[in-house]
Design a binder for this molecule. Sequence first.
Ligand code: S3P
Length: 161
Amino acid sequence: MNLVLIGMPGSGKSTVGKILSRMLCMPLVDTDAMVEAAAGETIPELFAREGEAAFRDRETAAARQAAELDNTVIATGGGIILQPENMAALSATGLIFFRDRALEDILGEDHMGRPLVGKDPDKLRILYTQRIELYQKYAQYTISHTKTAEEAAARIAALYR
Ligand code: S3P
């Protein structure tokens, strides 16, 4: 069974994933890193060259590949919930955890490498409003009110054991 982390950009999925992977001695993959490795380009480069729709197709391919793994922590890009087939594939082989980090904390992160957010806090607020229901819908467990990534990882590990 995989452990799949979903949530907003800047909610700390990759950081929580690293801690969780160490805690549980499970390998870690990240769908953003899979897309970048397959394309040989960074996400901002892909968005600039191909646009968002092409990125979403690449992300779906990465989600399918990740879903074929087992006993792996899977950190995902914030938009993974936009395509139902991604979540169908990932939930077939994994438990889905939504890290519902407070919007104010997310706003405090650096979003420069994120083409859909960049420097504009309003873009993040809009994404949050548009997506919150989807994160909740797909999550088996919502990890909220956890200030630190360590706390979030510990909560997930406790639920999994
Ligand atoms: C995106 C989030 C990013 C990355 C891409 C699109 C989104 O991942 O997949 O820039 O639509 O929310 P992170 O959530 O890891 O920043």
